[in-house]
Ligand binder design. Structure first.
Ligand code: NDP
Length: 434
């Protein structure tokens, strides 16, 4: 805490993981001897840089860029880039720290990293986005590479931004190093099913969790927060599995459609026209729009899939969900539930799929994109989707087994943290004090 003042999100993420690791350290004193906790919590490096760019009016603007290269014990740093005005060192460090364990859980050889900028893409022209993104890469390229650090998208960084980032990297470096970024367009080295992977993966994880308890998506009512990349594909897969998704949101408010969300409308509004979610009711007048995004958790549902941002479900929202008959939560976003909200879910026996396990499908398919780039191959959508489903089943099983082994049966928060941690900790022990 003293070393990281004013970093509440980072401290929250560390607390959640360290609390889970108590039984591991009791059984493996070698981790203490090798200073694993002290080392794992400290990023290998945190790069902060100036990103100057010129807006459409000719005015010079300056944003702050970040890349945290957190841990490379099991592979090159891997993790997304976030462009959002709330981005600061605390946010980037919490995301990078969680990414270490998530990436380990996927079973793929990837270390933990994360980055981004406090740049706000909202309301910016295409030209402004491109100029900012090129300026961002003009510094970032010095620190990344297919075997060093491989960024991807996150909030505010989708296919368009990855395209501009890749173009600028290629222009500076020369050659065609496809493996330097993931989430690329299909025409230049992207993987089929990467766009869908985080949302689909979250639903596959929850499907396993439900199945284990005699439940399923079929016939259930689902609330999904957000309306970005993760939310859209979580809505799609849950609907395909027979659920009715009745609500989604953006940072201004949420829509409730008792007939089930029309995904084509949401996708067009958000992905193509880049409009606000409230426009949905113009096309579907029977639906309702409410200002303020947190109210979405007052809608009764069987399954909640928070897919927007960190700390979007607090204790009060969790209690409301539980009192309205909630059965399961799958975290599509990173750290969307506060520590108090998680306590409410666990103490009420709600099935709870924590982010670093439930949303690991995106980075898992990113690792598959890296493998395809190295082999100069492209797998079919069906191949990648089948691999994703298998990966999510394995993650679920590994979390359950780790929780059982350390006396916390049914607690997937503990299970995910332990399963993700051990592989990284063992690699750190074997590589010596570095
Ligand atoms: P997008 O930018 O595509 O979408 C984000 C969505 O969340 C938008 O609907 C946005 O609304 C909303 N949102 C963003 N910030 C806030 C906020 N402060 N309050 C309320 N709503 C907000 O991002 P993604 O879908 O890619 O990411 C969503 C979450 O999933 C993040 O936590 C991300 O870290 C996590 N994640 C993403 C992965 C991926 O592969 N993309 C992988 C693993 C995790 P608005 O349009 O108003 O900004």
């Amino acid at each position: 805490q003293e070393k990281n003042p004013n970093e509440p999100e980072f401290l929250q993420a560390v607390k959640e993981i360290f609390d889970s690791l108590v039984p591991v350290f009791a059984q493996h004193p070698t981790y203490i001897k090798h200073g694993i906790l002290e080392r794992i919590v400290e990023p290998e490096r945190l790069i902060i840089f100036r990103v100057p760019w010129v807006d459409d009016e000719g005015k010079v603007r300056v944003n702050r860029g970040f890349r945290v290269q957190y841990n490379s014990a099991i592979g090159p740093y891997k993790g997304g880039l976030r462009f959002h005005p709330t981005v600061n060192a605390s946010i980037i460090k919490f995301l990078g720290f969680e990414q270490i364990f998530k990436n380990s859980l996927t079973g793929q050889p990837i270390g933990g990293g994360k980055g981004g900028s406090d740049f706000d893409p909202k309301g910016k022209s295409d030209g402004e986005i491109m100029r900012f993104t090129q300026s961002f890469m003009t510094e970032l390229y010095k620190h990344i590479g297919p075997d060093i650090d491989v960024p991807a998208g996150d909030i505010g960084v989708g296919a368009r931004e990855i395209g501009y980032l890749f173009g600028q990297y290629k222009r500076i470096r020369g050659g065609f190093e496809a493996g330097v970024l993931t989430g690329k367009g299909i025409g230049y080295g992207g993987s089929l099913a990467r766009t869908e992977a985080t949302g689909y993966g979250t639903v596959y994880f929850v499907e396993e969790m439900l199945k284990d308890h005699g439940l399923s998506f079929k016939g259930s009512t689902v609330v999904v927060s957000g309306s970005g990349n993760v939310a859209i594909y979580a809505i799609e897969k849950a609907t395909q599995l027979g659920a009715k998704v009745v609500a989604c949101s953006d940072s201004d408010g949420y829509i409730f459609d008792k007939n089930g969300i029309n995904l084509e409308t949401v996708r067009r509004l958000k992905e193509v026209e880049r409009k606000r979610i409230k426009e949905y009711v113009n096309e579907h007048p029977h639906a309702e729009y409410y200002e303020g995004c947190s109210g979405i958790w007052s809608i009764p549902c069987d399954i909640a899939l928070p897919c927007a941002t960190q700390n979007e479900i607090d204790k009060k929202a969790a209690e409301l969900l539980v009192s309205n008959g909630l059965k399961a939560v799958g975290e599509g976003a990173n750290m969307p539930s506060t520590l108090e909200a998680i306590d409410v879910f666990l103490s009420n026996n709600i099935l709870f799929g924590p982010a670093k396990a439930a949303n690991a499908g995106g980075v898992a398919v990113s690792a598959l994109e890296m493998a395809q780039n190295s082999a100069r191959l492209s797998w079919s959508f069906e191949d990648v989707d089948a691999k994703l489903r298998d990966i999510m089943k394995n993650i679920y099983r590994n979390c359950v087994n780790a929780a059982n082994e350390y006396g916390c049966s049914g607690n997937l928060v503990v299970g995910a943290n332990i399963a993700g941690f051990k592989k990284v900790a063992d690699a750190m022990v074997e590589q010596g004090v570095i």
